[in-house]
Design a protein around this ligand. Structure first.
Ligand SMILES: O=C(O)CCC(=O)C(=O)O
Ligand SMILES: [Fe+2]
Length: 207
């Protein structure tokens, strides 16, 4: 399925990134797309294809239960129309960021994430010590009707000292500079589904 992002939405994200290092857009993705993505995520959970997430990369990946408790599955192009629609949207955003901010983003890697009730991810940065290719983090939430009392907020620790909480409501996209914004996922009282990903720069070959 194809969805277009308007030029004004792209400009808002790019201006926010340049000025504040992050951007929050409710209604970034249409309900028709987030519902299909949520359905697909639930099917994958039922099939048992989501696995406990590791932290670190390459040889350093380790499942550390004390750090995060989400289950993930990496996306590949060609798996479903909904996933391809999402990857296309994010690729349009990648191209627009490159055109305006000259960040040299070469690709986007992304996974489904499922946090069962009580799930969390302690405060962290998305850039690994041994791999600095991740430049911009992007999370699209898939949860209809999320209320503040459901918990599960993404808490961002911004460069100016402000702390901002983001509700993981379906269609909301949050984007931030991976190296600059520590963040954490607070425990929720209901299932929390999302697609989390990273725009990457070309690496120096070190993994
Ligand atoms: O789901 C979120 O709100 C953020 C997830 C996250 O920080 C991560 O996967 O690195
Ligand atoms: Fe993160």
């Amino acid at each position: 399925m194809t969805t277009d992002i308007s030029d004004s939405l792209l400009s808002r994200i790019i201006d926010d990134l340049a000025e504040f290092g992050w951007s929050l857009q409710t209604g970034f993705a249409p309900q028709s797309l987030t519902r299909q993505l949520a359905e697909e995520c639930r099917q994958r959970i039922a099939q048992g294809t989501l696995a406990p997430a590791g932290t670190g990369r390459g040889h350093a990946v380790a499942v550390r239960e004390g750090t995060r408790s989400d289950h993930i599955q990496w996306l590949e192009a060609g798996q479903s129309p909904a996933c391809d629609g999402y990857l296309q949207l994010l690729d349009d955003l990648r191209v627009a960021i490159n055109q305006s901010l000259y960040m040299g983003l070469v690709d986007y890697e992304s996974h489904f994430a499922f946090y069962p009730p009580g799930g969390f991810y302690l405060k962290h940065l998305d850039r690994f010590r041994d791999d600095d290719r991740r430049a911009v983090s992007a999370v699209l939430y898939l949860n209809d009707g999320w209320q503040a009392e459901d918990g599960g907020m993404l808490r961002l620790y911004l460069a100016d000292g402000q702390v901002r909480d983001v509700l993981p409501e379906a269609g909301t996209l949050v984007v931030f500079l991976s190296a600059d914004v520590p963040h954490e996922v607070l425990p929720a009282s209901r299932d929390r589904l999302s697609l989390t990903g990273w725009f990457r720069r070309r690496g120096d070959g070190v993994l």
